[in-house]
Design a protein around this ligand. Sequence first.
Ligand code: MG
Ligand code: ZN
Length: 366
Amino acid sequence: MIMKRFWFVLPVVLVSVSVSLVSCLDRSPDPEVSTAPKNIILFIGDGMGVAQLTAAMTIAGAPLHLESMPVTGLATTSSSDRYITDSAAGGTAIATGVKTRNGMIGMSPDTLVIENIVEIAKRNGLATGVISTSTVTHATPASFVAHVASRSSYEEIAEFYLKGTIDLFMGGGFDHFGNRSDSIDLVKKLKEEGFTVVTSPDELKGVRKGRVAGLFYPDHMPKASEGRSVSLAEMTRKAIEVLSENNKGFFLMVEGSMIDWAGHDSDTDYAVAETLDIDAALGEAMAFAKSDGNTLVILTSDHEAGGMALTGGSIAERRVRAEWPTTGHTAVMVPVLSCGAGSEKFGGIMENTELFERMIWALGIK
Ligand code: MG
Ligand code: ZN
């Protein structure tokens, strides 16, 4: 009798277990679930891990914009040749869907050029832009624009901004265009290609549409705490204003570059200030997405930097104590927060390359 009951019960248990496992493991996107976004605004906090977010949330004393993004995921970050990536391979994975070697931009490990999401978006009629608080030729923005074997080929990377795939770019790095070692005047060439080239906040205010190059500093922009002007939020607002003129939609990448540099410097205040700064820019995008109703906003990172550990602090006193076990990058997964059209496809644990795949899938382009 006992055996008989056992064999009666067991298949039922197995069936119910297998059904729930299938639905849990089924990661194929469901086209019924959402509308495809017309626009994507991708934020990359370079070096921004979960501890950096936690510290910023503690010190802000009021909810951050990123806290109201409803979809949460985590991305692994390793490169093709290293457990711990650099920003070139990390940016390339997000921009092209291909893992490459540390130091390489927009190329496979064997130096084949890989089409990036900006180029694919442009081929499909979208307007395109990249913004950074570093030089626009630095590894993260370069991954969305250039194809070079070495991330330090800054002047060669600058030339890729004239290849027709980018409609708007803003940040630092004027000297890689207008004060080059080869004396070629890329600022003049940008103007010949129809770009409005602006170098000051006042000039930027006057821009309403068309192709825009904002090069506000000779080299990297200053820290947020040292009065970076134009701010990342202002650049983001202007980019959205200009790019949204295109009725087929747009792709915009916004980088907060210096969270990474704070990690290399083991500087907690610096890390918090730059994380709050990208959150302010994120607020601009989320406000646009809310009114537009057709925009996907994603906040992620290429890797964590510094191994930031919060070993003390107080929510009431709005302070944290951080320890930094390394001045390099670490291998931990990074946050993927998202909201807006198509955002439900960005939950769970994913490879950094899947960010590319899911963005392309969400846009419905090839
Ligand atoms: Mg960067
Ligand atoms: Zn770094």
